[in-house]
Design a binder for this molecule. Sequence first.
Ligand code: TXA
Ligand code: MG
Length: 352
Amino acid sequence: MNTEIIKIDENNIDKDADLALQRAGRILREGGLVAFPTETVYGLGGDAANAESSRKIYAAKGRPSDNPLIVHIYRTEDLYELTEELPETALRLAKAFWPGPLTMIIKKSPFIPLQTTGGLETVAVRMPSNKIAAKLIEYAGGFVAAPSANASGRPSPTVAKYCIEDLDGKVDMIIDGGAVGIGLESTIVDLTVDTPMILRPGYITEDMLRDVLGEIDVDKTIIDSSSKEKPKAPGMKYRHYAPKGDLTIVEGKPEDVVEYINGQTAAAREKGLRTGVIASHETVAMYKADSIMDAGSKEDEETVARQLFMILREFDDLGTDVIYSESFDTSGIGQAIMNRLLKAAGQHIIRV
Ligand code: TXA
Ligand code: MG
């Protein structure tokens, strides 16, 4: 398949860009696939109401078909099409956080086929704030199923270059809207249980949700690397985000972490392996390795969140064999950062 790649500036959707988005919307309505930017990561869109489109999404990503897709909408009232039982909490959350990086799980109506929800009777829904995404969803008819636009298992794309790397030739169109703002996927909250529960942490934090809902639970498997329980979001059980190199997280006092990692990278380099380190801005100058990535200051989690997936992909570009990462604080957005980092490392964390 020939994949058309177009560029659109989110802050300047002129006539030409609007026409291109109308065309992209038509592709989706006709059952095709379009990758597009959102504020979190790039998504791979198909018509959420079309079972065949969902099947194509799974095929293009190489994704197991029991892993449900998120349905993207562009206005809150469309929630009523997706469910016959809209919980009052959904409207409160929509008012507080939409459009934005929050996904809610609700009971699904027959409008959404089981192929889109991986066979579940519930549906995940989110309203992205990215203007390109919003227009595209509107022109597509209002309901776009979109997982992250990466090949299954790889880090989610935060720039179009990595969508192209994973999906060129497998989708009809890729919209390059530049670098995303957030860099980690949306927070997922399950509203089908008595006390709403976070299934995947993200930019909308536990505290922010508690402020609106009063009570909130967190799926224990999110950042507990030793938990034997099965995660409640089907997708969270898969190894994910993994770079090709072997990634280990090292936790401890900063000076101990630096000493340990430098010892490990020196030994690996002696064996002829390419080494990499993910460091915080505060300690980046203290490491010795082939590639040392500054993820941002420990005080600035938003920057770390935005850079993490990009850094993991860069190590692949560089052919890095072994990677060591500092660990990050798990408060606020840190919960999402450590959740993704632990998954990328296959839960491999060393305490020094
Ligand atoms: O920020 C995001 O959410 C991005 C952008 C493109 O919107 N999308 C995204 O989709 O991250 P994806 O498919 O990569 O991740 C969706 C996650 C998976 O872990 C999946 O198992 C979970 O959402 N999920 C979807 N529907 C669900 C449901 N009905 N019940 C429980 N988990 C669900
Ligand atoms: Mg994904």
